[in-house]
Design a protein around this ligand. Structure first.
Ligand SMILES: [Mn+2]
Length: 240
């Protein structure tokens, strides 16, 4: 499982190159690959995305055609992939929160931005941007317009994040507990978004709950491996 690769709209970018290498090595050896959002730095429509990320998409296709199941969730930067994307790549879309069962291991999975409930401004904006009418209208704008809006929002969010207190941008513990409450019997949660790779645990009603956070790919990438009923975080660098 991986998240937050934030692939740049340029296939020659080192992050994209590293990701391509990961796909053809680690991912290929896995039984399945889960991407928990923000694979792409931005996605303003399948017409633009499929062109800009052409190399990545053809690698996805190669892997799914070989029989590797790939699952992808929307992130807060890439939630406008539509039928053409899923068709071209062979990737299956999973909605959040998802529940995965791999052997004896069960976990809830989500991108993680929905759990950052202390950031009220962000949550308000998220609601507006994800509204079906807004996305419908947005996808009908000319390509140039969509690209410029996307670029503008990207710059704005970078600036916005610089001025925010660290704790506001992390997940809210009550939101995490509420998610577990809604799924009795599940004690693992895996998410990305905050870019703070870690394995957190807490006890409640004599039960241990685990929260696994996937990191980003700067400078090292982290992935979570599920094997023999256990999860573990790993780092990998294609740069040696
Ligand atoms: Mn994110």
């Amino acid at each position: 499982m991986i998240a937050d690769i934030h692939l740049q709209p340029d296939d020659a970018h080192p992050i994209n190159q590293a990701f391509h290498q990961f796909l053809t090595t680690h991912a290929q050896q896995a039984a399945a690959l889960y991407i928990l959002g923000d694979c792409f730095e931005m996605w303003v429509g399948d017409d633009v995305g499929c062109k800009v990320y052409g190399k990545t998409l053809s690698l996805f296709k190669e892997l799914t055609a070989k029989g590797l199941p790939i699952y992808m969730m929307f992130g807060n930067r890439d939630f406008l992939m539509r039928q053409r994307f899923w068709q071209i790549t062979g990737i299956s879309h999973i909605k959040e929160p998802g529940l995965v069962k791999i052997g004896d291991f069960s976990a809830l999975i989500c991108h993680g931005d929905g759990l950052c409930t202390d950031d009220i401004e962000f949550q308000k904006m998220r609601k507006i941007l994800r509204h079906p009418i807004i996305t419908w209208l947005f996808l009908r704008l000319p390509q140039k317009k969509r690209i410029s809006i996307g670029e503008g929002m990207r710059a704005k969010s970078q600036k916005y994040n610089l001025n925010k207190a660290e704790n506001i941008m992390d997940v809210n513990q009550q939101a995490v507990e509420a998610l577990f409450d809604a799924h009795p019997g599940v004690t693992h949660l895996i998410h990305g978004h905050t870019h703070r790779a870690a394995h957190h645990t807490y006890e409640l009603n004599s039960q241990t709950f685990h929260r696994w956070v996937l990191g980003d790919w700067r400078p090292e990438m982290q992935y979570l491996k599920i094997q023999n009923g256990e999860a573990s975080l790993h780092s990998w660098s294609p740069f040696g």
